[in-house]
Write a protein that binds this ligand. Structure first.
Ligand code: C5J
Length: 225
């Protein structure tokens, strides 16, 4: 077992039954011209997530761990996008509208795909999800069960939306989740900080939080052997 120095207590996991889950590191959220920017956000704030997450991803791959990526988005006819989501707010472009990186948040479009730095390998699972949580409307839960996964190392964007929703869904289903603080990010630094506090508060009401440095200190080839 690996033990990571985490908040509120050490996070213990077996690499064979743990997945690195990378949430929505898509151009639509992380780069100009996508969904995040249409909502008025400064997408450059998410760029700091990429370098530490690249290191964690490389480590997980080198150790043969399960890696799962998610993408938020919709089928081209938007039949899986409820009007409540489609019509929400006052974005400069709505979901499905043509933008500089293709149709906003639509599957198969350039903007919907994952940033080059974190591109999935051909054998890595990519879960396309219509909502904020990774379990809603997807095969994520079944895929975890099929692989015997019981613990999740969670990274990606945004901390208080899709990361939080996924961690809450996972916690309710019995998964133990470690959220990697520097490998998650938000357009709102204060939301990021408080969202992480919310996960670990009350004795770890939804899970555990640690920086990637703490994970990498513990997750060595010697410890995994
Ligand atoms: C949002 C996400 N923020 N991936 N999606 O709409 O967090």
């Amino acid at each position: 077992m690996i033990s990571v120095d985490a908040d509120p207590a050490p996070f213990t996991f077996a690499p064979a039954t743990t997945a690195l889950v990378i949430i929505d590191m898509q151009r639509d959220f992380c780069e100009p011209g996508g969904f995040g920017e249409t909502l008025g956000n400064d997408v450059s704030l998410l760029q700091s997530v990429i370098p530490p997450l690249q290191t964690v991803l490389a480590t997980a791959r080198a150790l043969g761990m399960t890696v799962i990526h998610t993408r938020e988005g919709h089928v081209p006819d938007l039949s899986d996008c409820p009007p409540a989501k489609l019509n929400r707010g006052n974005p400069s472009l709505r979901i499905g509208d043509p933008g500089p990186k293709g149709r906003i948040l639509v599957r198969g479009e350039f903007g919907h795909d994952i940033v080059d730095e974190l591109a999935p390998l051909p054998d890595e699972l990519v879960i396309d999800k219509p909502g904020k949580g990774s379990f809603h409307g997807t095969t994520f839960g079944a895929e975890l069960q099929a692989r015997g996964i019981t613990s999740l190392l969670v990274a990606g964007v945004t901390t208080e939306v899709c990361v939080h929703t996924t961690v809450r869904e996972a916690n309710d289903r019995g998964y133990e989740c470690l959220v990697l603080s520097d490998c998650t990010g938000s357009y709102f630094p204060q939301f990021h900080r408080v969202a992480l506090q919310m996960v670990a508060a009350q004795g770890g009401i939804f899970g555990w939080v640690a920086p990637s440095s703490a994970l990498l200190t513990a997750l060595t080839p010697e410890a995994v052997r």
